[in-house]
Unconditional design. Structure first.
Lengths: 314, 314
C-alpha cells in the first residue's frame, strides 16, 4: 500500500525505514519532519539474508517509484533492532531479525540504492524522533524507553544522541532490578526487560493463572477489574520504576519518554512507575524528571533515523 | 602543618579544598596540576555553621600565608560532600557535614577570601581529577566511583563532567541492586551503597559475626583467610558489579575508575566486580570497559575542583 501526500514536491527527502520483526515501514521524510510517502511490507521473519535484503531494497524501490519525480532523495536511513558495531559497521544482537546478523546493511543499502546510507539503533532512533518532533522537543537530557517485545532505550545528552564508545549505549532494558530474578536472553538475570516488556507481561500473566497470549489481552482483563491482571501491571510498573530511579539518580534527566506498543497500557502502570521513582530517587532529580508518553507513535523511529541522515548528509 | 614546595612561584594558582567529614585538605594547585602547598585541618564535625565556616576560611588563610608571595591565587575551589543546587547554589544532602546544610558556601568563600569561588561535588571532583591527571587521563567516557563511608560517583561524558539538569547526576551509590534490600539513608532500599561502602562492609561483617569496627579490619581478617570476612567482600564486590553491569549497558563507557579509602581492599573484591560485569553486561561494552583503580589517592578531589576553577576563571 502507498499513501503519498505531496505538499512540497521540490524538497529534498530522506528515505527512512523502521525495520521491525513483523513489519518494515518505509517513509519519505522532508527536512522539516513532514512524512510525504509511506510503504509498509511484511518482514520475511526468519528467512534467508538474501530474501531479507531483497525485501528491504524492494520496499525502498516501491516507495521511490510511488513518489513524485520532483522529490529528490538525498540519503537512505534505517532504524534497526540491533547494535551497530562502531568498529565494523555490521549489525549485531538482533534476535527479531536474525537474517541480518553480521550484515553490513549500510554498505548494501548504499550500493543497491545509489545513495548515502545511515543506520541507527531503533530505540535510539525513536528517542531522537521524539526529541526532534515529539514529546521531548527542545529538552536537553532525555531517556527514551521503548516498551515492546523487549525493552529498548536511547539517551539524549546535552541535546545530542549519546551512543557510547561502541554505539551500544542506551540498553535500559538490561539494567538489573532483581539479582536472582528471571533469566534474560542477554545472559544475565532479573533485567527490567524480564518484568516490563510485552513478553514479560504475558509471562507474568501466565504465572498468575491468566490465559492471555498478548499484553493487550492482559490489559483488557485489568481494565475489567481482574485482580490478577492488575497485579501484573503493578509488578511491571514497579520494576520499571526501580530501574528508572537508579537512572534518575545517575543521570538527573529532564524527561523520560516512554513509547512502544506496550505504552498503550499507560493508565494501568504509570502510577506504579512514578511511585517507585518518588520513593527511591533523590528529591531534586525525582521532582525534576518528567515521565511522559511518547507522542509520535510508530513514526518516531523513521523520523529519528531520517534526522541522523539529514545531519550526516548536510 | 604546611608542606610547601615552590617549583615555579610566578604561576597563577587555585586554592583548592577537599572538605571531608573528618579532615579538610587545602592545597595550592598550579595550572599544570602541580600541587605547590598543602594544609590539613580537622573538620569540626557536627559543630555550628559559624565554626565550620571559620575553620574553612582559616584553613585557606593558613595556606595562603604559608605560600610564596609570588604565587598569585586566581580563584578558590572546594570539593564538597554535598549536592550543590544549580538553582540556588546552596549545599544540600551532606550528612557528613550537616553544619553546611543550606549554606551558600560559594558566596561565603568569595566574600571572605576576595576571590572568585567555585564548588564541585566531591565525587565529581575526584572523577575530574583522575581524568585530568590520573587513571582516566585522555579517556572520553568515564564513570568515577568513590568507595568511602558511602558510595559516590561522577560522570565524564565526551570528555566533560556531566552534572545533569540540577547538578545532582552521578549518584551511583543510589542505584538499586536489591529491591527489598537494606534500608538506605536516602529513603530507598537496597541501594548499592548499602552493600559496597565502608559502612556496609562493617555492617555485613557484624551480620556475619565478625567484631570489626572498620573496613580495614574486615579486610585484614579476609587476608588472613577468615571465610566470613572473605564472603563479606564477595558480597560487596558482587553488588558493585551488578550496579556496574547496568551502567555499562546504559552508558557503554571506556572506563570505570574506582577510588576512595575502601578501594584499598581492591584485591579482595575486584574479581567479584569483574565477574558480574562479564556475566551480566552485553559482550561489546563489557569487553570495552576498563575497570581500574584510581591513581591520585587523596589528591583527586582538590585537583578536580581546581580544574573547574581554572576553566571557569579562564
Amino acid at each position: 500500500m502507498i499513501d503519498s501526500e505531496l505538499t512540497n514536491p521540490s524538497d529534498n527527502v530522506v528515505l527512512a525505514l523502521d525495520l521491525g520483526g513483523t513489519n518494515a515501514r518505509f517513509t519519505a521524510v522532508r527536512r522539516d519532519g513532514e512524512i510525504l510517502a509511506r510503504v509498509r511490507v511484511p518482514t520475511p521473519g526468519h528467512g534467508s539474508t538474501a530474501a531479507m535484503l531483497d525485501t528491504i531494497a524492494g520496499g525502498f524501490e516501491q516507495l521511490r517509484s510511488g513518489m513524485s519525480a520532483e522529490l529528490l532523495p538525498i540519503a537512505v536511513a534505517a532504524a534497526v533492532p540491533a547494535t551497530i558495531s562502531s568498529a565494523t559497521g555490521v549489525l549485531e544482537q538482533l534476535p527479531n531479525v536474525p537474517a541480518l546478523e553480521g550484515v553490513d546493511l549500510r554498505a548494501v543499502l548504499s550500493e543497491r540504492l545509489g545513495l548515502k546510507a545511515v543506520l541507527e539503533n531503533d530505540a535510539t532512533a525513536a528517542t531522537l524522533g521524539e526529541h526532534w518532533m515529539g514529546a521531548s522537543k527542545g529538552i536537553d537530557n532525555v531517556i527514551g524507553v521503548t516498551l515492546g517485545t523487549g525493552v529498548g532505550g536511547g539517551l539524549i545528552i546535552d541535546g545530542k544522541a549519546y551512543r557510547g564508545k561502541d554505539g551500544t549505549a542506551g540498553e535500559i532494558g538490561h539494567v538489573c532490578v532483581e539479582p536472582e530474578g528471571h533469566p534474560c536472553g542477554c545472559g544475565s538475570r532479573g533485567c527490567v526487560e524480564q518484568y516490563s516488556s510485552g513478553t514479560a507481561i504475558v509471562r507474568m500473566a501466565l504465572e498468575a493463572g491468566i490465559d492471555a497470549d498478548t499484553p493487550l489481552k492482559v490489559y483488557e482483563l485489568a481494565k475489567q477489574g481482574d485482580e490478577r491482571a492488575i497485579l501484573v501491571f503493578v509488578k511491571m510498573g514497579r520494576y520499571l520504576g526501580i530501574a528508572f530511579s537508579g537512572l534518575v539518580n545517575v543521570l538527573n534527566p529532564d524527561a523520560i519518554v516512554i513509547g512502544g506498543g506496550v505504552s498503550a497500557g499507560w493508565d494501568m502502570f504509570i502510577e506504579h512507575v512514578r511511585r517507585e521513582v518518588n520513593e527511591r530517587a533523590f528529591r531534586d532529580p525525582a521532582e525534576r524528571v518528567n515521565i511522559v508518553r511518547a507522542s509520535l507513535g510508530e513514526d518516531a523511529g523513521v523520523l529519528g533515523a531520517a534526522l541522523v541522515a539529514f545531519e550526516r548528509a548536510a
